[in-house]
Design a protein around this ligand. Structure first.
Ligand SMILES: Cc1cc2nc3c(=O)[nH]c(=O)nc-3n(C[C@H](O)[C@H](O)[C@H](O)COP(=O)(O)OP(=O)(O)OC[C@H]3O[C@@H](n4cnc5c(N)ncnc54)[C@H](O)[C@@H]3O)c2cc1C
Length: 478
């Protein structure tokens, strides 16, 4: 009989893995471990909006973690605004969406309190790394292990557990958002050629929170009829962005300021109606234009539909050309085109967006639901349903997953069902039954921006997604 078996090993110390660990500890399940491939935790990733459904989930996972995240996010906001120079515009209380003529289509409040009033919980923005750090600080240091890249998970029915095999190496340098490496998907482990050490852990349950390029998903689907869904699928959309435009002539700056930004730090410029192709799929090009808080320079993110091959090997000037082509096709106004033209090629970056669809409709119109669990292993967050960030729901939905999985594991623990495979299978089935249809809905809204179109109702979407009582929904699991 093996003695060193963890109750739960969580693979991935991103926001969802850490939130899961925090929620488990809060419910008295302390014999746990979190593994992450990153050599050391350091600032990577972009700014995330945590919206009421995500914050509610975090609050039910653990009030202290919720308070810490909220305080860091609101504190950061305050300190940034107090560091601003006298003559810089104040932070936007609203995020406006303007049409190509500069008229407001809709405005979204950025105030925590406004969202709280409307949906029973607020909204904050913070950097992925700040979220990761704040959540990590809620856990004892020794249970979160960096430099442990999971490469295999092996069922050991004779021991009532699974074995998680990891490699560690000081040369590991990974960006958690890096999309699947198209050129060498099979070589995923070959970075570890120098001074690799192997280590394995045993656990009753494994929560796979290893992001959109999930290794565990790949292992679960290997040699199964889900094999085609192991890798994320290109969503058809990408971002082309420029961190900073340096020299903007005064009169162009004044024109853009007067027409679009109007003293705000950020604005989305798009068509009045979401453009669609003949089969109704979104074909929208839009630009998020912003001014840096510190130096007040312009920067932008363009979201556009584009085939993946058109992006391949594009950087610098060729990426800029692509952005200008998309702008011309979408009929963006001259002032914006002139601004984009000034982008320093070295500041141009591209990011294709990938997705794991919750429900796939095949050529025979049959829905396929790639499993999110097998035996003692369950997928959560981006590993289960990663998607483009257009509706800012990736992490928020992941936090809902974490709450669902934690609720079910707490029940397994309370009923001492760690060795009961049937009870474990039933629990993870419940998780999927609750989460999959919901995720299909959220992904559909994300890919089609339905809530933004005239025939759909933003208010209704807001109430459904942000306003629902997450705690009550989770009660259906127990
Ligand atoms: C540009 C952009 C903007 C976004 N904006 C928002 C937003 O406003 N709101 C929102 O809710 N979401 C947003 N998202 C989505 C959000 O970032 C993700 O949904 C969220 O980070 C997913 O969390 P996760 O913990 O599941 O995965 P990740 O954050 O990807 O973390 C996965 C972790 O697993 C580790 N890992 C990976 N493989 C292994 C392995 N084999 N072994 C061990 N560890 C491993 C990684 O190092 C990483 O730490 C945005 C995404 C992008 C790209």
């Amino acid at each position: 009989m093996l003695s060193n078996i963890y109750d739960v090993v969580i693979v991935g110390a991103g926001p969802i893995g850490l939130a899961t660990a925090i929620g488990l500890r809060k419910r008295g399940i302390e014999n746990i471990l979190v593994l992450d491939q990153t050599r050391a935790f350091r600032p990577v990733g972009q700014v995330l909006d945590l919206l009421p459904n995500g914050l509610k989930s975090l609050k039910y996972l653990d009030t202290h973690a919720y308070e810490a995240v909220k305080n860091i996010a609101l504190g950061l906001l305050n300190s940034l605004s107090s560091h601003q120079g006298e003559n810089l515009p104040k932070p936007a209380p609203k995020w406006s969406y303007r049409n190509l003529q500069g008229q407001v289509i809709r405005s979204i409040s950025l105030s925590f309190d406004d969202w709280f009033q409307e949906y029973g919980e607020g909204r904050v923005s913070l950097a992925w790394y700040d979220l990761q750090t704040t959540l990590r600080q809620q856990l004892p240091q020794e249970i979160v292990k960096p430099n442990h890249r999971c490469i295999n998970v092996v069922d050991e029915p004779e021991n009532n557990c699974v074995r998680i095999e990891c490699v560690s190496d000081t040369t590991v340098e990974t960006n958690p958002y890096a999309h699947w490496n198209e050129n060498k998907p099979e070589n995923i482990d070959t970075d570890f050629q120098v001074s690799v050490t192997n280590q394995s852990f045993r656990a009753r349950l494994v929560v796979a929170a290893d992001g959109i390029n999930s290794t565990i998903r790949r292992l679960l689907y290997q040699d199964s009829h889900y094999e085609d869904y192991a890798k994320p699928e290109y969503s058809g959309f990408a971002a082309i962005f420029c961190r900073e435009i340096v020299d903007v002539p005064q009169e162009l700056e004044a024109e853009i300021e007067a027409k679009f930004l109007q003293n705000s730090r950020i604005v989305t410029i798009c068509h009045d109606e979401v453009s669609r192709n003949t089969v109704g799929e979104m074909e929208d090009t839009r630009i998020i234009l912003f001014r840096d808080r510190i130096n007040n320079k312009f920067g932008y993110v363009i979201h556009l539909p584009i085939i993946l091959s058109a992006l391949q090997n594009k950087s610098g000037n060729s990426l800029l050309e692509l952005a200008l082509q998309a702008f011309a096709q979408a009929g963006f106004p001259d002032a914006l085109t002139r601004l984009i033209n000034l982008s320093p090629p070295d500041n141009m970056v591209q990011r294709p967006y990938y997705i794991h669809r919750a429900i796939i409709t095949n050529s025979e119109n049959t829905p396929i639901e790639p499993t999110w669990n097998l035996g003692r292993v369950v997928l959560v967050g981006d590993a289960a349903h990663g998607m483009p960030p257009f509706m800012a729901q990736g992490a928020n939905q992941g936090l809902e997953d974490a709450l669902a999985v934690v609720t079910l594991i707490a029940k397994i623990a309370a009923e001492n069902n760690w060795n009961n495979r049937q009870a474990i299978a039933a629990a993870f089935q419940k998780y999927e039954q609750l989460r999959r249809p919901w995720m299909a809905y959220v992904q559909e809204a994300t890919l089609n921006r339905h809530p933004y179109s005239s025939e759909h109702n933003w208010q209704q979407y807001g109430q459904q997604i942000y306003g629902r009582d997450v705690e009550q929904v989770m009660q259906t699991l127990v």
